[in-house]
Design a protein around this ligand. Structure first.
Ligand code: SF4
Ligand code: SF4
Length: 202
């Protein structure tokens, strides 16, 4: 069924850990308890640096040896489970087990297409914000992975050496991006009215 709903969007500018919250997710129109969480999130060097800075080295080390995880030179992909229904490694009955800040950049800003956020004039500065952030993330990640390749180290073989380098580099990335992020507001709330198709009766 189609229904006109009011949707609250909140942009949260926290530099490289910025996110977009959407009120529609609490009453997901897919109505299947999984929503869009059929994805396999990939944690790139910028995510891993943030995890290390926040005391989550043990968590990362446990994940590197988990059979559900694919480890590349400088990235970890948490492969979705498929047991009749495909669902993300971090999905539970309560939704996502990770705080929004702990998610990868796709999950920190994913919105249903029906929200049509980027059509709203007030969202333009945020479209630019995400584009700029993605460029910086990509640059940091490429440079870091190239450096690992040059040094001949990788997460699979020498995760301690990779973590040590990330501990040196991540604070520098964070600081250089903070200047860019400071050109935008810290928070911005947007209220939209949208026609949404619900798969189940509500
Ligand atoms: S983004 Fe859409 S599909 Fe995903 S949880 Fe939110 S409302 Fe549901
Ligand atoms: S990390 Fe969280 S938000 Fe992202 S797909 Fe998995 S359960 Fe969903």
């Amino acid at each position: 069924m189609k229904k006109q709903v009011s949707v609250n969007i909140e942009f949260i500018n926290k530099g490289l850990r910025s996110s977009i919250k959407c009120s529609l997710c609490a009453n997901c129109p897919k109505g299947d308890n999984i929503g869009c969480c059929t994805y396999s999130p990939t944690f790139t060097p910028v995510d891993l640096g943030y995890y290390l800075e926040n005391g989550k080295e043990d968590f990362l080390k446990r994940m590197i040896v988990n059979s559900q995880v694919t480890v590349l030179t400088g990235e970890i992909t948490f492969n979705a489970f498929i047991e009749g229904v495909r669902y993300c490694f971090f999905h539970s009955d309560k939704g996502c087990d990770l705080s929004i800040e702990d998610r990868d950049s796709i999950c920190r800003q994913f919105l249903c297409p029906e929200v049509k956020l980027w059509h709203h004039s007030e969202a333009k500065q945020w479209a630019e914000f995400w584009e700029v952030m993605a460029e910086w993330e990509t640059r940091f990640n490429h440079q870091f992975i190239e450096r690992l390749e040059h040094l001949g180290i990788s997460l699979e073989k020498n995760c301690d050496a990779v973590f040590e380098l990330l501990r040196e580099e991540y604070p520098k990335w964070k600081e250089s991006y903070a200047e860019v992020a400071s050109r935008y507001p810290e928070r911005h709330l947007l209220k939209l009215n949208r026609m949404v198709t619900y798969k189940k009766h509500i």
